[in-house]
Each structure stands twice: as C-alpha cells, then as structure tokens.
Design a protein. Sequence first.
Length: 78
Amino acid sequence: MPQIQSPLPGTFYNRANPESEPFKKTGDTVSATDTIGLIEVMKTFIEIKADVEGVFVEYAAKDGDPVAAGQVLAELEG
C-alpha cells in the first residue's frame, strides 16, 4: 500500500481552508502531481504532492495535527 509521508515537521491540513472540502476523499484517483494536503511551518504553507499514483484510501494524519518529518499523512491503494 503506497503511503504519502511528510517531508518536514509542521502542522498538517487536509483542506485549503476550514470551509473547503478535503483535497482527497476515499476512492478518489490520485496522480503523482496531485496536492493531498498542506504543511504549515512558521505561518508558511507548503503544498504536499502525492509523488505516487493510486486510489486514495484515507488520511493517516488528522486535519490540524502536528506531524513529524517522515510521518505517514495518507495511504493509497496501488
């Protein structure tokens, strides 16, 4: 099962803003260039790209959770 990991520590967000839908939902097709979330570091938001292809299963990190570098953010079916 492919996993998308955080490239850096910060706060993870699975949507662009609190009123938006999550970037991905269960069953969505994911391409390598798709944004799956954002990491906030010192008030700067960095887009997290999938870098793998597959079908979205679930977010392993919750919206607003602090995450560490290398932590799994989302899981896909290959």
